[in-house]
Design a protein around this ligand. Structure first.
Ligand code: PEP
Ligand code: MG
Length: 566
């Protein structure tokens, strides 16, 4: 290559990473067609079977590693991949295609995976889209083994930057751990599961860069700027040194801020809690001085499962988290299935109702271990929320554990659908607390799809700010606790506006907790409130952002610039 290549994408997880590339999914692009002679069919079939068994062994090993890291509930996400290694529609159909069409195994496999994927991709539901990606992933795994590649995705010790077309949430849980230090994906959006997991693991990430215009080779040095959403392939020595300095400075800054306070310049204490997806994050939440867990995304224990874990399996996870955090509060959110939203409290089917009750029972039983609250996602109507509340009472009356029956369990709701923000005063009469989800709220307000990598809804848009204002005002009037747990709170610029609107409880990804506290300490709430008032009258998200940067520069400019945020 002549000079560095630069790619622009969505800044999905802040920080800077530098390292050799690890390209996943290249197999798809290098497919070749070969016709097989009659006499060579059996050896081609044997080659395919050998690849299947090597691939299966590799996933078994990854499952073992995942169990050690996050526990057995999470390792089970790989069971779907393992099952697919024995699937007649995939494995037997490929063997048949080799035999009947007399084509090489790679070609046969790619035809079969395409055929299986297509109908799933045509379905709009994210559930089926993810199943299609599972097939694609297993197909790529097998192709890699057909190519005789022995490498294990998790076995190298060299810090690497993962380059992928896309990652399923299950891949992300598995691969966004050391030695991965950075992530670049062609697809993906800023609030997709993959982006959330990159933030969870503190892996700087740029997603949605689009089809790679260049061929990135394994081991080529890649620089990921998770602040600016920029990727440099083959940076100069000078660029590389500068990036390494920024990376180390940011890491040192986060470490130094671990036990600082979150009191504004004018002396107001802000509560900063953590958003958690995996139990293995609890330790880091405590080390970073989080005042509790403001959002526990329970659906991450169901990634790629056909159904949620049993009550006892869930109880084990919840109990562990609650007792480790005690006496600090843990807010569990019931499963949020996105796209198809199968567990919404309205119009629940028998099966979904049973799943939800299983989860509520597990939370009730865990609540004896410490301070626990429960909230429902995607609440759109008051009636829906009342039914969800009634379901909790039903569970409480049925549970045999006496401690669980009398447990104090505040019941809250996410305010993340425009209707909930618009009628926030009415919801405030029914809920014990609000947690505002700016990711969904922005997308639903501005009619964006969260999976769309070409564009992202911005919470600083004045229309969204108006709804955020309504929610916090209604909560304040009703003296209802109201936190902001969407990613607006994790953006060191947008956070200032949230504070200006009146938000005093903030919940952010674990790794960002120290950064958020540093921002808070530099904010003067009176100035922030004026900026928020003016922001509501602006014409666009860009205008609002510029306004915040301009008006708060005197107090925050040094911090923003020092860390490369603006
Ligand atoms: C949100 O929508 O802002 C939110 C916090 O929930 P999630 O990102 O899990 O949908
Ligand atoms: Mg949401």
């Amino acid at each position: 290559m002549t000079g560095p290549a630069r790619l622009k994408g969505i800044a999905a997880s802040i920080g800077v990473a530098v390292g050799p590339a690890r390209v996943i999914g290249r197999e798809r692009r290098r497919l070749s067609y070969r016709r097989i002679e009659e006499g060579a069919i059996s050896s081609e079939l044997a080659r395919f079977e050998e690849a299947v068994s090597r691939s299966r062994a590799e996933i078994e090993a990854a499952k073992q590693e995942l169990t050690e890291r996050h526990g057995s509930t999470y390792a089970a996400i790989l069971d779907v991949y393992l099952l697919m290694h024995g699937d007649a529609l995939l494995i037997d159909a490929t063997s048949e295609a080799i035999r009947n069409d007399r084509v090489n195994a790679e070609w046969a496999l790619s035809r079969v995976t395409e055929r299986l994927k297509q109908p799933l991709l045509e379905d709009a539901s994210s559930y089926f889209q993810e199943r299609a990606r599972d097939i694609e992933h297993v197909g790529e795994h097998l192709l890699r083994h057909l190519g005789g590649e022995q490498r294990s995705e998790l076995s190298t010790d060299v810090p690497t930057v993962l380059i992928a077309h896309d990652l399923t949430p299950a891949d992300a849980v598995r691969m966004l751990a050391p030695p991965t230090v950075g992530l670049v994906t062609e697809m993906g959006a800023g609030s997709s599961h993959t982006a959330i997991l990159a933030r969870t693991f503190g892996v700087p990430a740029v997603v949605g860069v689009g089809p790679l215009p260049i061929e990135i080779e394994d081991d080529e040095v890649v620089l990921v700027d998770g602040f600016a959403g920029e990727v440099t392939v083959g940076p100069s020595a000078k660029e590389r040194r500068a990036a390494e300095t920024r990376r180390d400075r940011f890491a040192a800054f986060l470490k130094a801020e671990r036990s600082t306070s979150a009191v504004t310049r004018d002396g107001v204490s802000i509560s900063v809690t953590a958003n958690v997806e995996l139990p293995s994050e609890v330790q880091a939440a405590l080390e970073n001085g989080a005042e509790g867990i403001g959002l526990y995304r329970t659906e991450f224990m169901c990634l790629d499962h056909m159904e949620p874990p049993s009550e006892d399996e869930q109880l084990e996870v919840y109990r562990g988290v609650v007792s480790a955090m005690a006496p600090k509060r843990v807010v569990f959110r019931t499963f949020d299935w996105r796209g198809d939203k199968r567990l919404r409290a309205r119009e629940l089917g028998e099966r979904e109702r049973a799943w939800l009750k299983t989860q509520i029972n597990a939370v009730l039983r865990a609540s004896g271990e410490g301070s626990v609250a429960l909230m429902f996602p995607m609440v759109a109507t008051v009636d829906e929320f009342c039914r969800a509340r009634a379901l909790v009472e039903e569970c409480r009356s049925e549970v045999s554990d006496e401690r669980a029956r009398s447990a104090k369990l505040p019941i809250g709701m996410m305010v993340e659908v425009p209707s909930a923000a618009l009628l926030a005063e009415r919801f405030a009469q029914q809920a014990d607390f609000f947690a505002v989800g700016t990711n969904d709220l922005a997308h639903y307000t501005l009619a964006f799809d969260r999976r769309d990598s070409r564009s992202a809804a911005r919470p600083l848009d004045p229309a969204v700010l108006g709804l955020l204002d309504r929610a916090i005002t209604a909560a304040r009037d009703a003296q209802l606790p109201c936190s902001m747990c969407g990613d607006m709170a994790a953006d060191p610029v947008a956070l200032c506006l949230a504070l200006g609107l009146g938000y005093r409880q903030i919940s952010v990804p674990v790794r960002i907790v120290p950064l958020v506290r540093a921002v808070i300490r530099n904010v003067d709430l009176q100035v922030a409130a004026e900026v928020a008032r003016d922001g509501l009258r602006c014409g666009s998200a860009d205008e609002v952002r510029e306004l915040v940067i301009d008006r708060l520069d005197a107090h925050l400019g040094a911090l923003w610039k020092e860390q490369g945020i603006v």
